[in-house]
Design a protein around this ligand. Structure first.
Ligand SMILES: Nc1nc2c(c(=O)[nH]1)N(C=O)[C@@H](CNc1ccc(C(=O)N[C@@H](CCC(=O)O)C(=O)O)cc1)CN2
Ligand SMILES: Nc1nc2c(ncn2[C@@H]2O[C@H](COP(=O)(O)OP(=O)(O)OP(=O)(O)O)[C@@H](O)[C@H]2O)c(=O)[nH]1
Ligand SMILES: [K+]
Ligand SMILES: [Mg+2]
Length: 458
């Protein structure tokens, strides 16, 4: 039966700009036949699978382009279907004309993510691996890419599948105990076994969840807001950490007008540094806006670097920023220690005794900030372990949290002495929730929605 899912789809799979080469790709039963209609060169039906074939794309005797066509016959392909890859010259007009031609010859325009969706529907990858494909494309750092590549390789899938298998075995064991009680104390034994298994599953998923925060940071960068009143040296610090003059530095208050965002790598960990405009105290209205802006930067930041001027006494503005950032992950930085000290360090120690004294100007102690970031977020681990399984996808994180909730329900049930079959319901739920990660128990709408977030041609 030919369904909509398995007709022949086509799309431009390379970026729509000028490039040396562009690829127009087709997948489906008629891919080779359609390509043959427009290709002047070898008969593509007769060439060996996984070959690249030179020739021209023609329509009514008119040459559209000189090309190389890749022919990959099912099932050993990206989608498990026949795949044709037309390597054209990389220009929008060329790629577009060839795509239009294929559509006229019987292919259908692919939907975003549809090639990868087919790889999933045809069982070549599971859902978490398909999602990894997209994560690789979106990865901005080496670390983010490493996590996604590991996931594409099935690291998360294996962990989830093994856990689901163990849950099934546990449930089966419960059944056996109930149906064929060998001992008198079968109920007590079953409860004990369930308790132990649940604790083990909880520990495993808990550890996985702990990697999530790191995973997110590695993917998106640690959002680090540099805040402080005007002229304390925020932009100077940003430039120093970047080792590049990205932000304008002057002795004029209010030099930074717009928020500046830059990435920097600290021991393999990407920081997304955000330099904010200094908060002015002169004008009430502006000050209000400034505080509002700081509050926003604060609430969105994973880390706050609050910069104070060591050469001046604390101002009301400093104090309100100290209070405002009290509940954030914060490092208090006293800058300009090359100047005679005026700031009241005892007062600052009340907020946080681990403040750091630096001079950006004299390049003193700035690396202490990097050290402290490492301690706060990476327990000094520095570079991430290579083969650990990382949770980095928001959907996966939410599902692991749900799975943990239902394991807690199992525990609570056992504590309350509920009948074992009721406890089994929650254990089964855990199994189902985990299946949503791999797509084994994911509803169709979810799958449609997930793939629609992919880019066209993927
Ligand atoms: N030209 C081109 N380059 C590309 C892709 C593509 O589709 N086309 N890819 C698209 O993302 C990536 C490569 N991903 C791929 C993943 C699986 C298979 C594949 O054929 N798998 C077969 C095994 C093939 C074999 O062992 O020879 C399979 O799993 O059965 C191909 C490409 C990156 N580079
Ligand atoms: N003495 C001394 N001056 C510094 C130090 N760091 C920065 N400065 C100077 O302080 C002035 C203000 O620096 P900026 O980096 O522009 O300060 P800012 O906090 O970004 O200021 P706004 O963007 O206006 O809020 C400049 O003249 C810098 O050269 C330091 O460690 N010691
Ligand atoms: K300034
Ligand atoms: Mg500035």
């Amino acid at each position: 039966m030919i369904t909509k899912e398995f007709d022949t789809i086509a799309a431009i799979s390379t970026p729509l700009g000028e490039g040396a080469i562009g690829i127009v790709r087709m997948s489906g039963t008629n891919a080779v036949e359609i390509a043959n209609k427009v290709f002047k060169g070898k008969d593509l039906n007769k060439v060996e699978s996984h070959t690249l074939n030179y020739g021209h794309i023609e329509e009514d005797g008119r040459i559209l382009d000189e090309v190389m066509i890749g022919v990959m016959k099912a099932p050993k392909t990206f989608t498990r279907e026949d795949i044709i890859e037309i390597n054209t010259h990389g220009g929008i007009a060329v790629m577009n004309e060839i795509l239009q031609l294929l559509l006229r010859k019987g292919a259908r325009m692919a939907e975003p993510g549809e090639f990868t969706k087919r790889a999933f529907l045809n069982g070549r990858v599971d859902l978490s691996q398909a999602e990894a494909v997209m994560d690789i494309i979106r990865a901005k750092t080496d670390q983010a890419m490493n996590i996604a590549v590991a996931q594409l390789d099935g690291s998360l899938s294996n962990l989830i599948n093994n856990t689901r298998q163990e849950i099934l075995e546990t449930l089966a064991q419960v059944e056996v105990n109930i149906d064929y009680p060998e001992y008198d104390d079968v109920e007590e034994m079953t409860t004990k076994m369930l308790r132990e298994k649940t604790a083990a599953f909880q520990k495993l998923l808990d550890n996985l969840l702990k990697t999530a925060k790191r995973g997110k940071i590695l993917r998106e960068g640690l959002k680090t807001a540099i805040i402080g009143r005007p002229n304390v040296g925020k932009s100077s610090l940003l430039n120093h950490l970047l080792r590049e003059d990205k932000a304008i530095v002057t002795d004029i208050e209010g030099t930074t007008r717009d928020v500046i965002e830059e990435f920097v790598n600290i021991n393999g960990v990407p920081l997304k540094l955000i330099d904010t405009a200094g908060i002015r105290e002169t004008d009430d209205v502006v000050e209000k806006i400034g505080v509002e802006r700081s509050r926003k930067a604060l609430s969105e930041a994973d880390l706050v670097l609050l910069v104070l001027n060591s050469g001046e006494k604390l101002t009301d503005q400093d104090l309100s920023l100290l209070e405002l950032s009290q509940n954030s992950n914060r490092i208090i930085v006293l800058n300009k220690t090359d100047l005679p000290q005026e700031i009241e360090t005892e007062k600052i120690a009340e907020f946080d005794p681990n403040y750091i004294e630096i001079s950006v100007l004299k390049d003193e102690n700035v690396d202490k900030i990097e050290e402290q970031i490492n301690e706060m977020f990476f327990e000094n681990a520095g570079i991430v372990e290579q083969d650990a399984t990382y949770l980095s996808n928001t959907r996966h994180i939410a599902l692991i949290e749900q799975a943990l909730d239902s394991l807690k329900a199992v525990n609570d049930g056992l504590d309350m002495g509920l009948p074992v079959d009721l406890v089994q319901v929650d254990m089964t739920r855990t199994w189902e929730i985990l299946g949503e990660i791999t797509g084994d128990s994911a509803p169709d709408e979810l799958i449609t929605q997930l793939f629609s977030q992919f880019c066209l041609g993927k």
